[in-house]
Design a protein around this ligand. Structure first.
Ligand code: G6P
Length: 367
């Protein structure tokens, strides 16, 4: 069927703006919102007895999975191993029978992810596909699927599929935590209550677009950009850097903030923009001290945070973007919107083909 850009200049802009709605749909599918409970479809395996989860995906879907790992380990106390699919398929990972293997893919056709799925199935794993295309090969070959309800994604750089993947992964982690008894009913209600608020906070993030557009004009003059984050903001730093390089062709790297002194700090001088994703969560102070190390070397800090984070950062920034306070569990949803908007507007300033960036394909069906 026909998919158009609506009032937007590019599909990517439309897809970024659709996120509050499609993430809301996705969450509504897996939650009983009236009672703040998780409501998963029937799965052909017992999530209460899971001992091990192996995840694998490519590109943006891999970064969603990485955030899912943090949630699953925190809420359900199950060890999660996550690999880039092209590594997983050849590293011959030993998988104890009865484990759960999760494959995250927008298209459901990515060759390496599919090969990883086949390896896991051959090695006695329960196979769960988190896919946006329910008729895809990965959907068909999975033992169960949890679809993302993002709708067709046309822009090559994934945006709304990513945040919908986060929605599914969060619901799964809470459900597994409840089934295993690592979360109480009150914990479930609190976490579901937080998730229900995510679409509204993504809408708040979209309101910062005019200010991001201004920053994009400066960033478009840069050659290299560093993104830093800790905890679930670390995969967002990776995703922010990926988005920027994919569509603006500016070299960008995402790093765990704690790794700064193990390498990237050598790059810092007064020309280097450093984008710090730091909501005021339990690791904020650690990230703030990394920011101070950047500031001490003259680095240009662009800070994505909340009011408390802005107040306690203790550094002079080139720009600070302030989101509302929110529960730590849902920061990835709202902060993802900021990194997407920044990449998008930088690419628009550069004049690149945003929806069809050079050399990239929407779905990588060959190795
Ligand atoms: C390509 C796309 C990315 C996507 C990745 C994985 O590289 O350009 O946007 O994240 O493939 O695709 P999948 O369909 O498996 O999520």
């Amino acid at each position: 069927f026909l998919v158009d850009k609506g009032n937007h200049r590019h599909f990517m802009a439309k897809e970024i703006h659709e996120q509050p709605e499609v993430v809301g749909h996705t969450l509504a599918h897996y939650l009983d919102m009236a009672n703040d409970r998780v409501r998963l479809p029937a799965l052909p395996f017992d999530i209460a007895s899971l001992k091990h989860v192996a995840m694998s995906a490519c590109g943006t879907a891999f970064y969603a999975g990485l955030i899912g790992k943090y949630w699953m380990e925190r809420f359900a106390r199950v060890p999660v191993e996550i690999d880039i699919a092209s590594e997983f398929r050849y590293r011959e990972a030993p998988l104890a029978p009865g484990g759960l293997a999760v494959f995250v893919s927008q298209s459901g056709e990515t060759a390496d992810t599919l090969a990883s799925l086949r390896y896991a199935a051959q090695h006695g794993q329960h196979v769960l596909g988190i896919v946006n295309v329910p008729t895809s090969t990965i959907a068909r070959e999975s033992h169960a699927i949890m679809p993302t309800l993002a709708g067709p994604e046309i822009g090559v750089a994934s945006t709304k599929a990513f945040t919908c993947q986060l929605g599914v992964l969060a619901c799964l982690a809470v459900a597994v935590g409840r089934a295993r008894g690592t979360l109480s009913e009150a914990d479930e209600q609190r976490l579901v209550g937080a998730l229900v608020a995510a679409p509204g906070l993504m809408a708040e993030a979209l309101k910062l677009e005019p200010k991001i557009e201004v920053l994009a004009r400066t960033l478009a003059k840069d050659k290299d950009v560093l993104y830093l984050g800790r905890g679930t903001s670390y995969p967002l730093a990776l995703e922010g850097a990926l988005k920027l390089k994919e569509i603006s062709y500016i070299h960008a790297e995402g790093y765990a903030a704690g790794e700064l002194k193990h390498g990237p700090i050598a790059l810092i001088d007064e020309t280097m923009p450093v984008i710090v994703i730091a909501p005021h969560d339990r690791v904020f102070e650690k990230t703030a001290s990394n920011m101070q190390e950047v500031a001490a070397r003259g680095g240009r800090i662009i800070l994505f945070t909340d009011a408390r984070g802005a107040e306690e950062a203790g550094v002079k920034t080139e720009a600070t973007f302030v989101l509302p306070d929110m529960p730590a569990t849902i920061t990835p949803f709202a902060y993802a919107v900021l990194v997407q908007l920044l990449a998008y507007h930088t690419a628009v300033v550069m004049g690149t083909d945003v929806d069809q960036p050079r050399n990239l394909a929407k779905s990588v069906t060959v190795e």
